[in-house]
Design a protein. Structure first.
Length: 127
């Protein structure tokens, strides 16, 4: 594999955690392997690997974009990642308030429900 892919794997593990990446790798098939390589290189090896903004800021942006576009399937995963990116629950709520104003209250409301459940799950796991 190329350097961008290897960097992507490293960054993906740092943000999402080894357990998540190990599960995703175990579920990969020949059919979706090209897609997994693409997102590992582009999203993780290029975008997330950039030092132009902090992981905290990138985390907030990612959550806001997912919520604003109605792509709620990955919100829980990225809320869990805040434990590694440094984005606080308040940061997440600030991002979702922007979503409410600029993209719509229903999208923000859906994202907030997911975030609340995940933060409660994370708190319970820590407690």
């Amino acid at each position: 594999m190329n350097d961008r892919y290897l960097k992507g794997v490293q960054v993906r593990r740092a943000v999402l955690g080894d357990a998540h990446v190990d599960r995703a790798d175990a579920a990969m098939t020949a059919l979706d392997k090209p897609f997994q390589v693409l997102i590992t290189e582009a999203a993780w090896g290029n975008l997330w690997a950039s030092d132009a903004i902090s992981a905290r800021e990138r985390s907030m942006l990612t959550l806001a974009i997912l919520a604003a576009t109605g792509n709620t399937e990955e919100i829980a995963m990225h809320v869990r990642a805040t434990a590694r990116t440094g984005a606080s629950p308040r940061d997440v709520m600030e991002a979702f308030q922007h979503v409410a104003i600029y993209a719509g209250v229903p999208r923000a409301n859906s994202a907030i429900k997911i975030a609340k459940a995940v933060f409660a799950e994370m708190e319970q796991a820590d407690g």
